[in-house]
Design a protein around this ligand. Structure first.
Ligand code: ZN
Length: 367
């Protein structure tokens, strides 16, 4: 690994933790960086919050990345702060990247959604379905930055829900990638090959850390999605999706995995080494499926009957002050064979039944 776990611990921006990440935290972080790197306000959100950017390095490979286009998807934002700390260090890695790359980062594209902890912006529009008409100020800001900066690579940074597993396995899709399609035929342009090669490079690094926990997103074409649009404009574009790791609802572990993936991709671009990776390997990364519940409870006794059913529970993420509460909610019940749980209980097992009767799931299960 290019950066060790020990070095990561020192670089981690530990003032920004958990799922609720808002503009104030980003602005105070960027203000500290303004002495070294260029910090700008690129425009404003619906509710007039500034959309900030930072530009790092002076190399010829231009990379544009934006995070929290969906306001409640903050894991990649945290990883990006850690990455900026690394680029601000005097390491050989940082020197190499700064010499060969110019990186522009918008840590929070949707500051109103971040504040309200919603996917959508303040007009309740999903910005990742607004790439063509650009009805929203945030969409206009991103496109203006793209047109002015003229990136050679784009990184579209998101979180995915805890429902995703890798292929047909019981492994959580902790990190997923997509090289978006640029046409309905999903044809493979040389720019898309470049995006695939970079994903293969990151996959290689991540497989050492979280074997079998890397998934590939479905590449159905949708021109309203930002990644598809930039790929149509012949810019190699990568969708990053930060997902669930065991027990990590604050997504601090996944933040670290995304950081290592970003270090690898920047190293590959800075060294112009993407051709060392065979793009066909991209298709060997299994596609994601939606087979996880946060809690799966098997064989729950039905009231007034001898029958039993399985219950699949997902957490609702609810903003509570400045933290996120995870409220269990029954998503599906019946026979849930073939599904997995990040936590699994079986009411035919007396120890599990004892736990469930005494836990906060008791009312939900009516047992
Ligand atoms: Zn998203």
């Amino acid at each position: 690994m290019i950066i060790s776990k020990g070095d990561y611990t020192k670089l981690k921006e530990s003032r920004v933790l958990g799922r609720y990440v808002v503009n104030e935290q980003i602005i105070s972080f960027l203000n500290k960086m303004a002495a070294t790197f260029k910090v700008e306000t690129e425009g404003h959100s619906v509710l007039n919050r500034p959309i900030k950017s930072i530009t790092i390095g002076k190399g010829t490979n231009k990379i544009l990345m934006w995070s929290q286009m969906h306001g409640n998807e903050s894991t990649t934002t945290k990883a990006v702060l850690d990455l900026i700390n690394l680029l601000d260090s005097n390491t050989d890695f940082a020197k190499g990247v700064l010499e060969h790359c110019t990186i522009k980062i918008l840590p929070i594209l949707n500051p109103d959604g971040a504040y309200a902890y919603t996917r959508v912006n303040a007009n309740e529009v999903d910005l990742n379905r607004d790439a063509q008409i650009r009805s929203q100020p945030e969409s206009k800001v991103l496109r203006a930055v793209y047109d002015r900066f003229k990136p050679d690579f784009c990184f579209n940074l998101h979180d995915q829900r805890s429902i995703y597993n890798v292929g047909t396995t019981s492994k959580s899709a902790t990190v997923s990638f997509l090289a978006p399609a640029h046409d309905a035929e999903r044809s493979i342009s040389k720019e898309r090959v470049k995006a695939m090669q970079l994903i293969v490079a990151m996959n290689e690094t991540l497989q050492e850390l979280i074997p079998g926990q890397i998934g590939r997103y479905d590449d159905a074409f949708n021109a309203n999605c930002v990644g598809d649009t930039f790929q149509m404009l012949n810019t190699p574009t990568i969708l990053f999706e930060a997902g669930h790791a065991q027990g990590d609802y604050d997504r601090e572990k996944t933040r670290e995995y995304i950081f290592y993936a970003m270090v690898k991709v920047l190293d590959t671009i800075a060294k112009d080494a993407s051709n060392a990776y065979d793009h066909h390997v991209y298709f060997q990364i299994p596609e994601n499926a939606k087979s996880f519940f946060d809690i799966l409870i098997k064989n729950v006794p039905l009231p007034n009957s001898s029958g039993r059913k399985d219950v699949g529970i997902l957490y609702r993420e609810v903003l509570d002050g400045e933290t996120i509460s995870f409220i269990p909610n029954i998503e599906k019940d019946g026979n849930l064979d073939g599904f997995f749980g990040h936590e699994t209980y079986d009411c035919l097992n007396s120890k599990d039944t004892f736990y469930l009767r005494n836990s906060d799931l008791r009312d939900l299960l009516a047992i």
